[in-house]
Design a protein around this ligand. Sequence first.
Ligand SMILES: [Zn+2]
Length: 340
Amino acid sequence: MSDLRLDPINQQWVAIARNRRDRPMEFVPIEQLRQQLICPFCKGNEEETPSALTAYRSDGSMLLSDEELSNWSTRVIPNRYPSFSFRSTEDRDQPESGSQSCGPFEFNHCQGIQELIIPSPRHVSSLSELTDEELKLSFRVCRDRLEHAKSLEYIQHAMLFMNCRLAAGASLGHIHYQLLGTPVLSESLISRTTRAQAYRTKNGRSMLADLADWEIAQEARIVDLTENFCVVCPFASRFAFQVWILPRSENFDFTSCDEEVRNELALHCRNIVTRYEVTLDTPAYNLLFHTEPFESSNGQIGYFELFPRLTLAAGFELGTDIWVNPVAPEAAARRLRPSD
Ligand SMILES: [Zn+2]
């Protein structure tokens, strides 16, 4: 059983996830363990994982539950070692009681969802190894699962992300997206939403569209530019080679955009990963799909972020939340541009 505890000094939620201690990576040298494991995500090893929540054929059609071991291309399973507890399937659509106090702290029974989206039955170890077909279908399935999370009354926000390689937090080599739906909102999510809404009220436009326009006019940090997206190393990059993929239209929403636009986004993500691997010697990296809290969802802060894990956050960053970046974003953009 997990629970969520609120640190009143930093107004920060923490999930106490006791069952994660049982994860395969704990207490054993990871490289040694990886060599011994049968990959549970490869085709033929489906019984090593919990049953699929849903699975798709390569043509995009959904497999029936008793067909899940046949020719799947993308498979969605619950996380066996979740940070957030599950209720039984029958109870999942019902809201749970709210937060309670514990001395000066607050806690909340940690009811959320945590799913893994496996984008290929082949043993693919990076987004760059997905075929066009696998890449585009997996982004569609990500959209479908986010849409499903939105429909659950007790979920306030869902974070969709990919951790690739050990230094980025991956415990298995076969890449997968993760969707983590939470019953509470973090302070940073609330303040990000409030800032975006205040910006729109004051300027009549979305902050993201204005940022994209400004970066396009500046040119120096642009990595790539297509009809619907601006790919940029942001002016105030927290990490070396951090990349934002900013929608160029007002009110962009990942769950409702056209297939063509979603495919354009997927190709940008894979292109950046390929550039990281060529330029930076195959680093670990994270891909984040930033979405708004469901209640305030109106397309104001939907954007996408990638960064390689080249350095560790140290005492200063962890103590102050002020980041030291050793590579100027202008230099990073020059190295990541496709023409270089
Ligand atoms: Zn595998």
